[in-house]
Design a protein around this ligand. Structure first.
Ligand code: TRP
Length: 447
């Protein structure tokens, strides 16, 4: 491959870690995590989530980064670069690309709501009133005949422009400021919420595992959330890993990415869940949860316009640093292998994603009658992507590393310059624990 010599590399380890964190930390932590915690019984879900992070999540991040680092290629070609006689493994790469399409189609809807809330915060329109008024505001926005589509297309346009310009300069720099920023605002909100009456009850509900509530449905949802939040099963980590230099310490980075992602999720959970109890908002609210609870918390703070505007702006940037990695996955393939220009690839992909996302954008409004397997279109796309496509592609990825490429060869790649102390545990995880856990949870959770 003549391109190989010229292929981009991360400038520094820090640059890579921040970008990978930027991909992992996003709406998945601040929007999706509190929502699935609320829908899945609080502490029971959280306990399983933690277990799955350690036995499935972290080993899989290491596996994806190892594939990328070894192959130095995009997700579709990476498998056959490592094992040239295994052409069929391209299928796993295509599956990942389909997953990225589906995820971005509904991710952009939530990000679109974020844009609308940003505008509504700046113009003060969405911050006043009690919990009921705030809930009603959300209904008006999400059921509007075209507003959600405008938010969605605006977000996709931002994403496309950044992908065309290249990520490193813009988004990478912006992230360094925004990530700490979002954590500071979340901390302020958490402290504010903790003093509201009823909040303690919510904190306990979130942290106390009620073993009786654990079942395979909950486990499947936790598995899907781990994949979604860690940006796994879609080749994002393979793609980012493919820009790594030979000496990079992959296991250490994987741990840093996982711990910071978990930290932001916990902070978001500790902020949103107690607020539900304090304001009497039902946990079953679903995807609109944060858009109802956050304005309610903001309305109790002095300078609420400032905090709300800052918060939604940062959430928007956190979403952008993730969506860019999602779009980049398929753009990298089209540019590398099909020789499309970056501009053509980015615009065509996002046009397709937009088309696929329209029914999701309208799923609370005009298309609320449309149900697939008992879910509205949005919830179905989320379920299909997170619980099925990502976990399936993740399964294939670890089977590839554990059995086709082989953990011995993978460890040679992982151990360059750095001893990997837990290598036996990791091999065990990748060969047995992760595939069996995914297969078991998957099969039992679906039936
Ligand atoms: N992890 C991101 C979030 O939590 C979303 C995301 C980015 C993603 N890249 C991905 C999800 C790849 C699945 C696969 O918001």
């Amino acid at each position: 491959m003549k391109r190989q010599g010229k292929r981009d590399k991360w400038n520094s380890s820090l640059g890579f870690i921040l970008s990978a964190m930027g991909s992992a930390v996003g709406l998945g932590n601040i929007w999706r995590f509190p929502t699935v915690v609320a829908l899945n019984g609080g502490g029971a879900f959280f306990a399983i989530y933690l277990v799955i992070i350690f036995i499935v999540g972290i080993p899989t991040i290491i596996a994806e980064l190892a594939i990328g680092k070894k192959s130095q290629h995009n997700v579709v070609t990476s498998f056959s670069k490592i094992k040239p006689d295994k052409k069929n493994w391209k299928g796993a790469g295509y599956l990942s690309m389909i997953a990225s399409f589906v995820v971005l189609s509904f991710y952009s809807v939530i990000a679109g709501w974020t844009i609308i809330y940003l505008a509504g915060s700046i113009s003060r329109q969405l911050l006043s009133g009690d919990a009921q008024v705030i809930t009603r505001n959300f209904e008006i926005i999400s059921q509007h005949p075209y507003l959600p589509i405008i938010g969605q297309v605006t977000f996709l346009l931002f994403t496309t422009i950044i992908v065309i310009k290249g990520i490193s300069k813009g988004i990478e720099r912006v992230n360094k400021v925004l990530m700490p920023g979002i954590i500071v605002i979340l901390l302020i909100l958490f402290i504010r919420t903790a003093f509201l009456p009823g909040a303690i009850q919510g904190i306990l509900w979130f942290l106390k595992p009620e073993i009786t509530k654990i079942n395979f449905q909950v486990a499947l949802n936790a598995l899907g959330q781990v994949f979604f939040s860690f940006s796994l099963g879609m080749g994002a980590m393979i793609t980012y890993g493919s820009y790594l230099g030979h000496q990079h310490n992959v296991p250490k980075s994987a741990l840093i990415i996982a711990v910071s992602d978990l930290g932001v999720a916990i902070l978001a959970g500790l902020t949103i869940i107690p607020a539900l109890f304090a304001f009497g908002i039902p946990p079953e609210t679903g995807p609109g949860l944060i858009f109802v609870t956050l304005p309610a918390i903001f309305s109790t703070l002095p300078l609420n316009i400032l905090w709300a505007s800052l918060f939604f702006m940062m959430l928007l940037f956190a979403a952008l640093s993730s969506s860019v990695s999602i779009l980049e996955t398929s753009v990298a393939y089209l540019v590398d292998e099909r020789k499309w220009s970056r501009t053509k690839a980015a615009y065509s992909m996002s046009a397709g994603i937009f088309a696929l996302g329209i029914p999701s954008a309208l799923s609370k409004g005009k298309l609320s009658g449309l149900a697939i397997l008992g879910r509205n279109f949005f919830d179905f796309m989320d379920f299909l992507a997170s619980n099925i496509l990502l976990t399936l592609a993740g399964f294939l990825t670890v089977v590839f590393v554990g059995w086709i490429w082989g953990t011995k060869s993978a460890l040679i790649e992982l151990e360059t310059n750095h001893p990997f102390k837990q290598k036996h545990l990791w091999s065990l995880a990748v060969r047995y624990v992760v595939p069996l856990a995914i297969a078991y949870i998957f099969v039992t959770g679906i039936i």
